[in-house]
Design a protein around this ligand. Sequence first.
Ligand SMILES: CC(C)(COP(=O)(O)OP(=O)(O)OC[C@H]1O[C@@H](n2cnc3c(N)ncnc32)[C@H](O)[C@@H]1OP(=O)(O)O)[C@@H](O)C(=O)NCCC(=O)NCCS
Length: 209
Amino acid sequence: MAETGAVARNVVPLSDADLVLETPRLVLRPLAGDGRDLALGVRLFTDPEVVRYVCSLSSEAELAEEMPVITRRGAGGRLGIWVVTRKDTGEAIGTSILLPLPVEVDDTDWSLVVPERYPEAEIEVGYMLVRDAWGQGFATEACSRLLEFAFESTTLDEIKATTHPENAASQHVLTKCGLRHEGMRRAYDCECSGFSITRAEWERKRRAG
Ligand SMILES: CC(C)(COP(=O)(O)OP(=O)(O)OC[C@H]1O[C@@H](n2cnc3c(N)ncnc32)[C@H](O)[C@@H]1OP(=O)(O)O)[C@@H](O)C(=O)NCCC(=O)NCCS
């Protein structure tokens, strides 16, 4: 990373509008924590197929309790959870993230997500979609857009990702987006497949089209 907590004080905040990201078929907007976003969380986190490689199931009550924490944004708004919506139907189909990567703990350390600075941590990109939306290229579109945002609108020099070793669909999304497989590594308090892309690699990929 280009900056650490020690030197990156007073990060200039981005406006709400700057945090709304478009792709040809999608709009990504910051998780707001209202009823619509809770309903999306319930669709995602009560579906055993969706959480299969990610975490355990959560109840609606647990999700509602987490909302004030998981809607936090770090580094002037640049880190956090985005809701992925379809332009054609307006449906919220999932979430995508730029957040500190947990290593020896099994979930994001939300105390690192503060507006004033970048955390002293690797930053990961991630995504989860409701099952109806799988297999249509939406995760690749959302992930590519967040990488573009990361390298154009933050000072981060590298973005990481990790998956369960058997999560072939997610690994395919990451390699399509230009991330390199780095082998097994610690993340989420277990052994995961690690992926990475540097700013230079992303710029080379963009120049190549
Ligand atoms: C992983 C996930 C986000 C993929 O979303 P998606 O929109 O279907 O992904 P895309 O369509 O953009 O790309 C998936 C690619 O993987 C391929 N794929 C799907 N299942 C696969 C499998 N079992 N083995 C190998 N490749 C697979 C698809 O063919 C597609 O590649 P293609 O475009 O070359 O055909 C979605 O399945 C999901 O939300 N899963 C549950 C949550 C999760 O695991 N998140 C990732 C945590 S690391």
